[in-house]
Write a new protein. Sequence first.
Length: 281
Amino acid sequence: MPPSLVNRTGFFESLSLPQNDRALEWKTFRMRSKQSDAGALLSDPHFLHLSFMKSLRLLSALFGFLLVIGAAHRGVCAPPSEPPAKVAQPAAKLPTLTVPVRVHLMQSQATPAMHTTLVESDVRRIFGKANMVWSQAGIQFEIESIVHTEAAALSAEVEKKDEFVRVNSMIPKASLSTTALNVCYVKEVKPNGFFHSGLIVVKDTASLKPVEGGIDEPLPRVTSHEIGHALGLSHRQDTTNLMASGRTGFSLNDAEIKTAREKAKAFQTTRATGAESASDK
């Protein structure tokens, strides 16, 4: 077997070897040299440190590249950002104005249209909801009393007049309050209710056309509507407005709130004067 080279400093020990043997010996030398180099490098701490740092740099560069690609992708695919919505500031709460109310449950055996079948619990439910409607204006209605009022008989002359006059004439003036709103419930009149000559009249069979967001019961809405007239408001035929005719809406605009509060303040003065007069007696 021809001699072999076992280190990297020498060359072929015999140049007299045949050409084929020299080629084989050279190939063997190269393989062993590579194995020797690899083993030496793997056992060299400096080489290992450099390799480790190089690997870290490569990984860091790759991670940074991926971050850039991801950010670009989000910039292309994400929907355009919208400007932040303005936060609505809550409206300042209005000081509460309390308006006294005397409720008349009209009674009449001779005139069924004037005979309501409402009872006290109905009245308190109705005004509970009416107060919810009017809370937007800072106005609340306090029931001073609930009275059963017997309807007066009509004279032949009054019977010929329009319905508003006839109904008002059948409500005895002696039963009315001079310091509170007077709300009278009857069984039947042609409109759902009316405000005439200082009296609020509401029929207990009222019906309304519902609108989105409207109140769930006709009587509190009709009562609130007629109270609106008593506080100086006119009809406004906006679908959801309290002063629209025949619907369940109950909103008020700023001008209506201002007008109603100015009227309601008059009841505060009247009530205070009445209280002072009562205490003097």
